[in-house]
Structures are given as C-alpha cells and as structure tokens.
Design a protein around this ligand. Structure first.
Ligand SMILES: [Zn+2]
Length: 216
C-alpha cells in the first residue's frame, strides 16, 4: 500500500511523513531529488529532463508521470512508497490514478487537516535563525538558535504574507478538488492536524498500523 500525503502548508505533513517512512519502511518519492538524479544520467529520460531544466521550463505533467513510473520500476520488491506534494492538482491526480492502475499499485491518501486560520498562524508565528536559517515553530520559546546560537526573527513582512496567501490559494483552488475526488473514491484517511504533533502522530498510527499489518 502506497501513501499520498495531503495537507495545507503548516499542517506538519512533512514531519508526519518522516514518522510514517520510519515506522512502515516506506520509500519517499521526492520530485526534486528524482529530477536531479535523472538529469545527471545519460538516458533518454535523463536527457529530456536536462533540456527542460536548462530551458528553465516547468516539468510537464506527462514527464512527471514518466519519472514516477521510472521510480516505481526501480523500486525494491515489496516496498511501499510515500508521495508528498504529488498529485498537486486535478489533472495530475487523474494521470497519477491511471499510472498507479497501470502499475497495479494500491494507494491511500492521508490528509493532515488544518484550517486556513491555523495555517496562517503557524506560518507567520514561526521564527527563523538569522545565521543558519533553521526554522522554529511558535511554541519554541527560547531567544536563540539551538544549533548555532544565532538570533531568531519572525517574518511578518508583506512579501512573506503574500507568498503564504499565494500558496494557500493554490492549495484551495487546485489541490482541494483533487482531495475531494479521492474522498468520493473513499481513498482519504483524514487526521485532525490542529492537535499537537505527538497526538496527530498517534491518531495517524492508529489508522495506518492495521493497513501495514503493524501492531504495537
Ligand atoms: Zn542557527
């Protein structure tokens, strides 16, 4: 069973994804990493990707699907995959479904659900180290960076607010319709992401453990 992670920015889905990867021995599919890896290869797909990147173009959907197919074909026997950030919109979800069907893979979506208000609060109240750029959540209450002792600063400037707004709008307009489609297909496991990270994790494990045949 492969997993597809969904959630607004600030939902903590990246952190949960790491927990899932570890507990269930999943192989993460990271689009950027695969692009870089393939672009360095002297293969047909590698050369295609290299020329797209060099031209500064966005990687078209059908090429993303080729990359996923290539990844799945090279996967160790019996391994499950964790997708994060794919599919991002309806068109991509439809080609993703077709590809998974062709490859004979079962998947389930895990939605770490938080409201827009929580997303905005979390994204604007976290602080970044001025020196090493480490990010700290709102509840980290120390004055300086744990890693390097640098000063922590918030980013409540307009440019940052605009960037957050743009990302949340894209999620609402592009990703939510895809999630709704999966909900209708009964392929969405929804976890309340408004809770503490540990509680979110417990809730997720409670639902996912039986799917992966893990008992605690
Ligand atoms: Zn630092």
């Amino acid at each position: 069973m492969d997993l597809v992670l969904f959630g607004r920015q600030g939902s903590g889905k990246g952190t949960q994804g790491k927990f899932f990867t570890e507990r269930y021995g999943l192989t993460p599919f990271v689009t950027g990493d695969e692009l870089r890896k393939l672009a360095a290869l002297d293969s047909e797909l590698g050369r295609k990707i290299k020329s797209i990147i060099e031209a500064g173009h966005l990687v078209p959907n059908e090429v993303v699907m080729e990359i996923i197919e290539n990844f799945m074909n090279n996967l160790e026997e019996g391994k499950s995959v964790l997708f994060d950030g794919i599919p991002r919109k309806m068109e991509q979800a439809e080609s993703f479904n077709a590809l998974m069907k062709k490859l004979n893979r079962e998947f389930s979506g895990v939605l770490i659900e938080i409201g827009e208000k929580t997303a905005i609060f979390r994204l604007t109240s976290r602080r970044m180290c001025a020196k090493c750029k480490a990010i700290y959540p709102a509840k980290y209450d120390k004055e300086s960076c744990e890693e390097c002792g640098g000063e922590l600063e918030t980013r409540q400037d307009d440019a940052n607010m605009d960037a957050i707004r743009t990302r949340l709008d894209a999620y609402e307009n592009e990703t939510v319709p895809a999630i709704n489609m999966y909900r209708e297909m009964d392929k969405i496991i929804e976890i309340n992401g408004e809770q503490d990270i540990e509680v979110v994790n417990q809730d997720a494990f409670a639902v996912l453990d039986p799917l992966f045949g893990v008992s605690n």
